[in-house]
Design a protein around this ligand. Sequence first.
Ligand SMILES: *[C@@H]1O[C@H](CO)[C@@H](O)[C@H](O)[C@H]1NC(C)=O
Length: 362
Amino acid sequence: MLLLALVVMLLQLGRGSCTLPFYNGFYYDHVMNDKANGNGNGNGNVQFNGAKLVVETPDTPIFTLRGANVTLPCHYRYETKLETPRRIRVKWSKLRDDNTKDYDVLVAVGMKHRSFGDFKGRAYLRQEGKQEVSLVVNDLRLQDYGKYRCEVIDGLEDESSIVELELRGIVFPYQPPHGRYKLNFHEAKKVCEEQDAVIASFEQLFKSWEEGLDWCNAGWLQDGTVQYPITLPREPCGGRTLAPGLRSYGMRHKTLHRFDVFCFSSAPKGKVYYLTHPAKLTLEEAKQACQDDGAEIAKVGQLYVAWKLFNLDHCESGWLADGSIRYPIAFPRSNCGPLEPGIRSLGFPKKGKFGVFCYKLS
Ligand SMILES: *[C@@H]1O[C@H](CO)[C@@H](O)[C@H](O)[C@H]1NC(C)=O
């Protein structure tokens, strides 16, 4: 016990006195040296020559939808007035789920900026207000959710602050046509993308659990863990004695272990509808019928989003692109499945004729 306390103390001492800043290849040498000499306190601000640079972002997440243009606010200021203004650089980066090296999003010096990778041509700096260095990202993609670091470097000081971007949307469990627990991590990511979705994060699954998601099959998450959400504890799902919550199998082997997956999707660009058609169709006929209507057959993620965000409600089952048969019920009533709203799934029939849900870009 005493030993443990000592170790904890040592760790804390270590943290206070010789914190190295996270390194991103963007420091000036003398800044590194100053920090190593003990000017850094590691708490997001540094005393230097009397002036103190402070970088501020909102504490609460920014919520928006896929396809939107978003501004991630960030401002900086000096706690004491500067005698001569300093030229600053700004660097925005995105944190990874697994805490490995950040992604570069954008760097800016003066009026020049450069965006990187996936953000090329979509990310800009907004400097309308005084000492504003907000990040604008256009046409948000599903992968854009997460934590962003706003970093201001003025040659003498280097400070940063984090802001979180969340997308409104829906988490849904996915099982492929060939059955339960068939996907390794890499395949899991791929099947979500095929449903116009991405593999869900822990936070997204947790939020869905808070909203009532209950699912007794374990699925992969973005961070490489395998979990499932339970709101009504019961025997086959972790037992009656465990409190409601996310049941976790922990980190699993990404190629050897196989489970289902939780996917996440947000507002689609287009619209999902049940095709009015004189006859029931096979899967091939259904795909063709959507095309004839100037659309394409809808994907599972698109149906979930239409149900969740736009209350799509249709009490006849129809084909989806993956060969499953489902229908969305926003307003439960008799002869339309269970008493709760939801996407009813009739599996992957090998044969038979049904209606179809199409997806049309608007
Ligand atoms: C986002 O910004 C671009 C470029 O300014 C604009 O063309 C587009 O219409 C905007 N999109 C939305 C959803 O506001």
